[in-house]
Write a protein that binds this ligand. Structure first.
Ligand code: PLP
Length: 451
């Protein structure tokens, strides 16, 4: 009864993000009640293993009282503080300094917002302003990638390259953004070896720069590994070649690390994993492990110095830029990650295990491709393994499989036909076994239905 009562109110009043509400009216929502470690419970008392870390954010798991205390203490001491008018506060300054000490070399300046989408807005405004101030206002074009997801504000949606964003209308994409193919080897270069493919895929950037005109390109904007696009993890040769091309044409390199940051790839940042030094880097989600909303746009000395020395006042900012409680929670989250060596332990003890479990799916009749980096894994469902043919879009097989998994107590994300698994970094090996055990049962049940 309790579940139904909540579902009735949910249907009547609550519009959900990225949801087919007509479909939701038929099924009703799952009503979550609490979380602990890697588990979430619902109003029916069902325990669900969270194979998607909330939404790629709950890196240290649910229920850490230290984060609650950090927020409460900060709220009691100073619940709000704007940073617009020559005012600052200790939590934001400490966090900015902490991030500068952790990020790749040169990223010494940080701007705060609340969401990943806003961090990407800040990055876009920064890029355009940088080139205006640098006396090259014709550098307007930003190159992004197919299957990217950068958020839901107008600009972030325009940068994104997942098909639903383009069919949604609303004048998306905005002008000045073009897309190139992504390093999706299963679809774009299965006949090549990985290293060779990485170089070829990076070459698509150079081709686009030359097509647009090198003096018109402002930046290349990309996730180190693409999460919502379906766990697309580039070969190790890809990013260093991208960096070389960006340097050659003086194109700014912008890394959206909203998902990759804070340990997802097995290193603290995707840039560390792939060996690059971006000019701008956006962080979100895992910065607070999702306990409070916060994002950061980090900038290199080169970029920040231009804004500071030539820019004057910059008309950009948000009421909640550097919100004290969010910054305090981020600091506590980072302290826990560091002191408990969560990223290092995950890399040494969990990542190889996770990968070996993922690889057991190679033989499953529905799985065409298995890919992963760190604790971000993808299992791509196909209709025909030999030809790599996908199921028709209307079959919604990814969604069907995720429904089967949820029935059995596993939440994962269906990115199109790819089952994306990205559990909290504190998951244990037995919990990894449980997660993959349910994933297999769900796939088997889906295979029977679609036979
Ligand atoms: N960038 C990436 C890589 C993301 O995956 C997301 C969200 O999933 C965003 C940006 C947008 O973040 P938010 O939903 O906090 O606006």
């Amino acid at each position: 009864m309790e579940t139904q009562a909540w579902q009735v109110l949910d249907r009547a009043h609550y519009l959900h993000p990225f949801t087919d509400h007509a479909g939701l009216r038929q099924t009703g929502s799952r009503v979550a009640t609490r979380g602990e470690g890697v588990y979430v419970w619902d109003t029916d008392g069902k325990r669900i293993i969270d194979g998607l870390s909330g939404l790629g954010c709950v890196n240290i798991g649910y229920g850490r009282k230290e984060l609650v205390n950090a927020a409460a203490e900060q709220m009691l001491e100073l619940s709000f503080c704007q940073s617009f008018f020559k005012t600052t506060h200790r939590a934001a300054v400490t966090l900015a300094e902490k991030l500068a000490s952790m990020l790749p070399e040169g990223l010494n300046h940080v701007f705060f917002q609340s969401s990943g989408s806003e961090a990407n807005e800040t990055a876009m405004r920064t890029i355009r302003r940088y080139w205006d101030l640098a006396g090259q206002p014709q550098r307007r074009v930003v190159i992004a990638r197919e299957l990217a997801y950068h958020g839901s504000t107008h600009m972030a949606a325009s940068l994104s390259g997942i098909p639903p964003m383009y069919t949604a209308g609303g004048d998306i994409p905005l002008p000045g953004i073009v897309h190139i193919k992504t390093p999706y080897q299963y679809r774009h270069g299965p006949e090549m070896n990985a290293d060779e493919f990485g170089i070829v895929a990076a070459g698509w950037l150079e081709e686009k720069i030359l097509e647009v005109g090198a003096d018109k390109v402002a930046a290349f904007f990309a996730e180190p590994a693409q999460s919502a696009g379906g766990a697309i993890c580039p070969p190790m040769t890809y990013w260093p070649e991208i960096q070389r091309i960006c340097k050659k044409y003086d194109v700014l390199l912008v890394a959206d690390e909203v998902v990759c940051g804070f340990g997802r790839t097995g290193q603290w940042f995707g840039a560390d994993h792939y060996g690059i030094t971006p000019d701008l880097m956006q962080l979100g989600k895992g910065i607070t492990s999702g306990y409070l909303p916060l994002s950061a746009c980090a900038m290199s000395d080169r970029v920040a110095d231009m804004l500071i020395e030539k820019g004057g006042e910059w008309a950009h900012g948000f009421t909640y830029s550097g919100h004290p409680a969010c910054c305090a929670v981020a600091l506590e989250n980072i302290r826990i990650l560091e002191e408990e060596r969560i990223v290092e332990t995950a890399a040494a003890e969990l990542v190889p295990y996770f990968r070996s479990k993922l690889e057991t799916f190679v033989d499953h009749p529905l799985i065409g491709d298995v890919r992963s980096v760190g604790l971000m894994g993808g299992l791509e469902i196909v209709q025909n393994k030999k030809t790599r043919e996908s199921f028709p879009y209307e079959a919604k097989i990814g969604e069907a499989c995720s429904t089967e998994a949820l029935k059995r107590g596993l939440a994962f994300r269906a990115n199109g036909d790819t089952m994306s698994l990205m559990p909290p970094l504190v998951i244990t090996r037995p919990e990894i076994d449980t997660m993959f055990g349910i994933a297999r049962e769900a796939l088997d049940a889906t295979a029977v239905k679609y036979d």
